[in-house]
Design a protein around this ligand. Structure first.
Ligand code: NDP
Ligand code: PYC
Length: 338
């Protein structure tokens, strides 16, 4: 596969110009392009430029409003609702974040519910700023049916990611971010594109047989929850938090209403932010740092997010490898390099 190396600026401009060319206003284009840039910068290629054709498809079909203007309302002093107005999630997140941080600092804990949004991104991008603001944060969202509940043979839960961020004072926050599926669908798409075999236990083919062939999962197969019934339970919890609790669509409802344009379906997101200084005592930070130190003293361990931070330090120097075929597709869709 031929790859072209782009600078970070070029990635951002490519994404922005493509979104602007397909019906986003500047606020929406900049918010989505920034999310794509962060993914590419940290080496999360499954949720970077790869997603741009899907974003564009949703704009072209009219499913997503590229001019959406999110509205933030306080349901109670510690509960915020952001009505994304049928737009992509990144602008809704940016719009609600300052009020969420303020409410969590004022009341110790706060929730932000995002509704009428279209989510196609990695979740660590969303909890990291909250952890940088000194808050513990949990975010989750549902998707469209991609895996069965434990024991079942029909996709019902989305790949349903969940991210957890923890503040670490002057150090970068710890951010753990995982799909409830054994692997994110985006990673399966990348593996199929690059011809990589998947680990055993990732999914089933269209006949319900276990497979390590990424293309077989995409072609009518399904993913499996990570860890059997445990991942299935987490996926169910995420459906309840990101749909039931906030009055948005469950994955099976999202699919029933989706126009199948390949872009993100309508759905919701649940974000919880907690101020650790309220319950953890004056020394909560040092106490938790001693926990991380004890954990990392065990040979072979690392913190979740370390891989991304290592990439983040390198990519401004090395640039971003983009498959030529993807770059050409984005150019065909109106994306322009500087
Ligand atoms: P991974 O399985 O690659 O990684 C899950 C987490 O485990 C990461 O925080 C990762 O950190 C950490 N990790 C991996 N290896 C180790 C290790 N040896 N020691 C400690 N921690 C480790 O991610 P998934 O495939 O589950 O998900 C990929 C992305 O897809 C996520 O960002 C998720 O938000 C996104 N997604 C989005 C969806 C949506 O609807 N918008 C749906 C599903 C997924 P590190 O990154 O540093 O390796
Ligand atoms: O990787 O499973 C995934 C995914 C779904 C929506 C966005 N990413």
């Amino acid at each position: 596969m031929t790859q072209i190396t782009l600078t970070l600026d070029a990635v951002e401009q490519l994404a922005q110009s493509c979104l602007l060319a397909n019906g986003c206003n500047a606020d929406n284009a900049n918010a989505v392009a920034d999310t794509i840039l962060q993914a590419e910068r940290d080496g999360c290629h499954s949720h970077g430029l790869l997603r741009l054709p899907g974003y564009v498809a949703a704009l072209k079909s009219g499913k997503v409003d590229g001019h959406a203007c999110p509205e933030v309302t306080a349901v109670s002093p510690s509960m915020l609702r952001v009505d994304a107005g049928g737009g992509f999630a990144p602008l809704a997140l940016n719009s609600g974040r300052p009020a969420l941080i303020e409410a969590a600092k004022t009341h110790g804990v706060a929730i932000m519910a995002i509704t009428r949004s279209h989510h196609f991104a990695a979740l660590w991008v969303e909890v990291e700023p909250l952890a940088r603001a000194g808050l513990a944060a949990l975010a989750c969202t549902a998707y469209m049916p991609a895996m069965p509940p434990a024991g079942g043979n029909k996709p019902f839960f989305g790949t349903n990611p969940m991210a957890f961020g923890w503040p670490r004072g002057t150090q970068p926050p710890m951010v753990f971010d995982m799909a409830a599926a054994a692997m994110a669908k985006g990673e399966v798409l990348v593996a199929a594109r690059d011809g990589h075999e998947l680990p055993a236990g990732t999914g089933l083919d269209r006949d319900g047989k276990p497979t390590t062939d990424a293309q077989a999962i995409i072609d009518g197969g399904m993913l499996l929850p990570f860890g059997g019934y445990k991942g299935s339970g987490i996926a169910m919890m995420i459906e309840l938090l990101a749909a039931g609790l906030i009055g948005e669509r469950f994955s099976f409802e999202a699919a029933a209403h989706d126009n199948k344009d390949g872009g993100p379906p309508r759905g919701g997101e649940f974000i919880l932010a907690i101020d650790p200084s309220r319950l953890g005592g004056d020394d909560w930070l040092a106490h938790c740092e001693s926990f991380f130190a004890a954990m990392l003293a065990i040979d072979g361990t690392r913190l979740p997010g370390d891989r991304r931070h290592a990439n983040r330090a390198q990519t401004p120097k090395t640039g971003i490898p983009v498959p030529e075929a993807l770059l050409n597709k984005i150019k065909d869709l109106g994306g322009q390099l500087p």
